[in-house]
Every structure is written in C-alpha cells, then in structure tokens.
Design a protein around this ligand. Structure first.
Ligand SMILES: Nc1ncnc2c1ncn2[C@@H]1O[C@H](COP(=O)(O)OP(=O)(O)OP(=O)(O)O)[C@@H](O)[C@H]1O
Ligand SMILES: [Mg+2]
Length: 397
C-alpha cells in the first residue's frame, strides 16, 4: 500500500486537479443533467461497484454507498470483508472491476490518486524518510505553494494536535511507530482536504493514546466540517466516533445507519451478532402479524418478539436481545410476561455492572447485565426468571 501519494510529488503539476476537474465535469455533463436530491447531499457515491482481484471471487460484491457531505462515516466489519478494498477504490489505488464511483456527482473512476486531493492515512503510513517531521507534515502545503508563515502556523497546530510539538526536526526513523502514525495523521489533515480517508489509523497506538486521538479526531471533524471515511474493525471505535457506520461482511454492506439505530435495531443476524453484545435464543416462528411475532422455543414455551426481517411461520429463527434489556428476577412469584426459567451459572463483577451467565434449557448460555443499582445477590446454581421485553427481542430469519 502506498501513502504519501495523496500528494502530487511533482510540484509543477499542482494546477492539474483544476484542469482535470473541468475535463471530468465535461465527461459527467450528461449524468448531471438531472441531478437528484441524494447526489446534492452526497459527496461520494458508489454505484453497483464490484471488485475482484483474481477474476473469480468478488471481494466487493455490489456496493451502493452514498457518503454524505460532512459526515464521519466508518466502515466496520470483520477481517477480509472488503473495507480496505473499498477505501482503496475511493482513494484510486485500486480500480473497480465494475460500477462507478463519483465525487460531487462526477466520475472519478479514472482519476489517479494524487489528483483526487484527499487526505489519507493508511495502516502502513509511509513518511518521507529523508525529510524531518515538520517537512513531512508541511509537504501537502509546500506542493500547494502556501505562504511560508501560514505553513509554519499550520504545521505547528497539526503537530500540537497529535502531541508531537518539539519533534519538528527529527527524522521519521527517530520516532516510535505510534509517533510516526501520528505524523501521518497530521500530514493528512494539515491542508484541510474535503475528504479524509483513514484505514485503521490508530492501530499502533496504546489504549490511552488511541482514546485521546479518537476524541481529537472527532473534535477535528466537528471543527473542520470535513468528510471522514474511516475503516476500522474495532466496533467501540466505530460507535464512539461515527455519525453513521456501514457494517461490511463478505463484500456486502449489511446495514448502514446512525450509531444508535445500528445498536438498537440491527437489520439482520449478522449485524446483531457483530455489533455489541447479544443474548440469543433459537426457535421456530409461530404466528406473525405485522412487526409482532411469536417465538416457539425448543421447550415449547412461547415468547412474543419483534419480527425484524420478515420471517414466516414455521421458519427456524434466531432471536437476539441486548443483555442490558433482559430483566432477571430471583423469585418465582414476581413473574412478568415473556419470561423463561433459567439457572445462574456464573456472576462476574465488571466494576460498572455485574454480568450473569445463565443456563436456559435448549439454548446457548444467556448473558444478563445487572446494573450496580440492582441490590440482588445472585449466586451460581440458584434459579432465575429471565424476562425478554417484547420490542427488544428481535427475531431474525
Ligand atoms: N491485492 C490483493 N490481491 C488479492 N486479494 C486481495 C488483495 N487485497 C485484498 N485481497 C483479498 O480481498 C478480500 C478483502 O480484503 P480487504 O483488505 O478489503 O479486507 P478488510 O475488510 O480490509 O480486512 P482487514 O480488517 O483484515 O484489514 C480478502 O479476502 C483479501 O484476501
Ligand atoms: Mg483492511
């Protein structure tokens, strides 16, 4: 993977993007004849984009994705799901096998990376080894021929943002991996590009610095109003930083949504299992009317749930609920509707909550998060009645 190529290495070419944009605008004129609302809102659009490296396997299957102007969008998904490939196509380092990518409504599929004018930080953040830290960070401004005083000011700000003030005159080899990564971040942002692409940019940092940088990046995003496309496989990072998250699996977007909806209303089994903790129940779908349905457990017990993706009666289904939504009661007399009897197998203290592990007949172990305000003192082996409030028990085909 290359980096540094976001910046035209040849300063004599710095006027090229303008020319190219005009040329591309002419090419895209037909498509622009009837702009729709979404095009005006979105800065980047992937339309039916596919990618194969070997001519056989599609690692990106058929991607339709709008990146909205000014948003912080994260691409989240397991290893190999196509996140980096998607970002590489947007950056211009990989070409789509089929489909089209537009920037501000104009095709960029043939625009080389350095003419896209994006800020970029990749896992493999190549700095220019022969240049000092200050020169590395200044580079995008130098090639754009910014005034010297302005360059000095911006470089100082950028280095302060990544907590590297005072390291200006070092060479990259004289910094730690994490420090080099922060230089790459500073370099990507220093010219305030309209779009910043990042691929796991905080991977090499320790937990404390990573959390600091997450807050810094989010704050920077808010201040600059720049659009961020951010690849991560760390869901905590995606949820805390993003406006929207696109969940990838096997080359497809499974769901793209604002963070709260992604967590509260996953649209399928994969998203429910991948984002956040879940307690699951297997069963068969009984009757179903509108969003409401009946889940028949292997024991014959029936629970009411939310039919999340249109299962039909008789289907084998998986129901999923967030552990903090499950209500645990330790007295048989206080039973609520939608309750199943179980047995406590383990109580784990987490500091900010306690977590019960419970054995439920015919099911995987169920997890329940008990808030600290819960005064009960459950012990392993005792019976527990678990209530699954109906709207939160989401049933998936
Ligand atoms: N240059 C390449 N040549 C051939 N196959 C590739 C290449 N780059 C990626 N792949 C394959 O494409 C698929 C998607 O890879 P990609 O790097 O996009 O995944 P990812 O979601 O970024 O994963 P990770 O979280 O591990 O970085 C994987 O199966 C990978 O092996
Ligand atoms: Mg990747």
């Amino acid at each position: 993977m290359q980096t540094g190529s976001e910046i035209d290495p040849n300063p004599t070419l710095t006027n090229e993007p303008q020319k190219l944009l005009r040329a591309v605008a002419a090419m895209g004129a037909k498509k622009q004849a009837t702009p729709d609302v979404a095009t005006e809102e979105s800065i980047v659009r992937f339309s039916s984009v596919q990618k194969t490296y070997d001519g056989e396997t599609l690692v990106v299957k058929s991607l339709d994705l709008d990146v909205r102007r000014g948003e912080f969008l994260s691409l989240l998904g397991p290893s190999g799901s196509g996140k980096t490939t998607t970002l590489m196509m947007l950056a211009g380092f990989e070409s789509p096998t089929a489909g089209e990518i537009t920037l501000n409504g104009r095709p960029i599929t043939r625009t080389p990376p350095h003419k896209r004018n994006f800020g970029m930080v990749f896992q493999n953040y190549a700095l220019f080894p022969h240049m000092t830290i200050a020169q590395n960070v200044a580079y995008p401004l130098t090639v754009r021929r910014a005034p010297k005083a302005e360059i000095a000011k911006r470089v100082a700000n950028a280095l302060s943002m990544v907590q590297l003030t005072g390291k200006d005159d070092r060479l990259p080899a004289q910094l730690s991996g994490g420090q080099q990564q922060r230089v790459a971040l500073a370099r990507a942002m220093v010219f305030e590009p309209q779009l910043v692409l990042m691929d796991e940019p905080l991977g090499a940092l320790d937990k404390q610095l990573r959390e600091h940088m997450q807050i810094e990046l989010k704050e920077l995003h808010r201040k600059l109003g720049v659009t961020f496309v951010y690849v991560t496989h760390d869901q905590g990072e995606a949820l805390t930083m993003s406006d929207r998250v696109a969940v990838f699996n096997e080359g497809c977007i499974q769901q793209i949504d604002v963070v709260s909806s992604l967590y509260e209303s996953p649209s399928n089994r994969f998203v429910a299992g991948f984002v956040g903790d879940s307690t699951t129940l297997v069963g068969t779908l009984g009757s179903s009317a509108g969003d409401s349905c009946e889940l028949i457990l292997p024991t014959g017990e029936r629970l009411r749930g939310f039919n999340a993706n249109a299962s039909s009666p008789g289907d084998s289904v998986l129901a999923s609920i967030r552990p903090e939504r499950v209500i645990a009661q330790f007295e048989a007399s206080e039973q609520l509707p939608n309750t199943v009897r179980a047995a406590v197998t383990n109580v784990i203290y987490f500091g900010d909550h306690r977590r019960l592990r419970c054995a439920v007949a015919g099911q995987a172990e169920a997890t329940v998060k008990l808030p600290l305000s819960d005064a009960s003192t459950p012990v392993a082996g005792q019976p527990v009645w678990l209530t699954f409030p109906h709207p939160h028990l989401r049933v998936y085909a």
